[in-house]
Write a protein of this length. Structure first.
Length: 211
């Protein structure tokens, strides 16, 4: 198991995540003009090899989750999943403030439009959230293109991204909902075990500057 984080470091990470997601939700609100409400972030420390099971358990009660996956690299290294719970494609599309045309209601147009909007939402929330955390911890990251992940995917394909599956990984989870919409979900940030040492140092420097 990799070195873990202390209770104080965990609380700081929760606050950083809270600030970062608040910033990300505000940025998304400027695009879709809908307020995003969020819960206090939760931090989990588990073995990297157990991350896929954690994710599968998190969505097991969701009949049809919409999942966006995006990797990020740098000192802060890991993977994000944006998971939205909704009944159908039109629910997502109405986040843009308009209804589907009759042509767009015919497959595959609805799915194409839905996926495009889902990727846009994921790109904004993930990019702004990770970007804000990185900014506060004085580093920069690069991103992969966001991708739609099937709800039937085998999440154990996560393991090749982790250099040592038996090592610890930090999971930052924020649950959110869109006001006046029957859509909610969560953002899960998974740090690579190799990032933990850097993260502890970066948090310490952040607190020195903050103090």
């Amino acid at each position: 198991m990799a070195e873990s984080i202390t209770t104080d470091e965990k609380e700081i990470l929760e606050e950083l995540m809270n600030i970062a997601f608040g910033s990300a939700s505000a940025e998304l609100g400027e695009v879709i003009d809908i307020r995003v409400s969020l819960n206090v972030p939760e931090i989990y420390i588990i073995n990297a090899e157990n991350v896929p099971d954690f994710l599968e358990e998190a969505i097991e009660n969701d009949e049809k989750p919409r999942i966006v996956e995006q990797n990020f690299w740098g000192d802060f290294l890991g993977k994000c999943f944006l998971v939205l719970s909704t009944g159908n494609e039109e629910d997502i599309i109405t986040l843009t403030g308009r209804e589907l045309t009759e042509e767009e209601k015919v497959p595959p147009y609805a799915e194409i439009k839905h996926n495009g909007i889902l990727l846009e939402i994921g790109n904004i929330l993930i990019g702004a959230c990770i970007g804000k955390i990185s900014e506060m911890l004085n580093t920069v990251v690069t991103y992969s293109e966001p991708a739609i992940k099937s709800q039937n995917s085998n999440f154990h394909t996560l393991l090749p991204d982790f250099e040592e599956p038996a090592m610890g990984a930090i999971l930052l989870k924020t649950v959110f909902s869109f006001d006046e919409k029957d859509i909610d979900g969560f953002l899960l940030v998974i740090t690579s075990p190799g990032s933990i040492t850097w993260l502890k140092t970066a948090i310490a420097k952040f607190m020195e500057n903050y103090g």
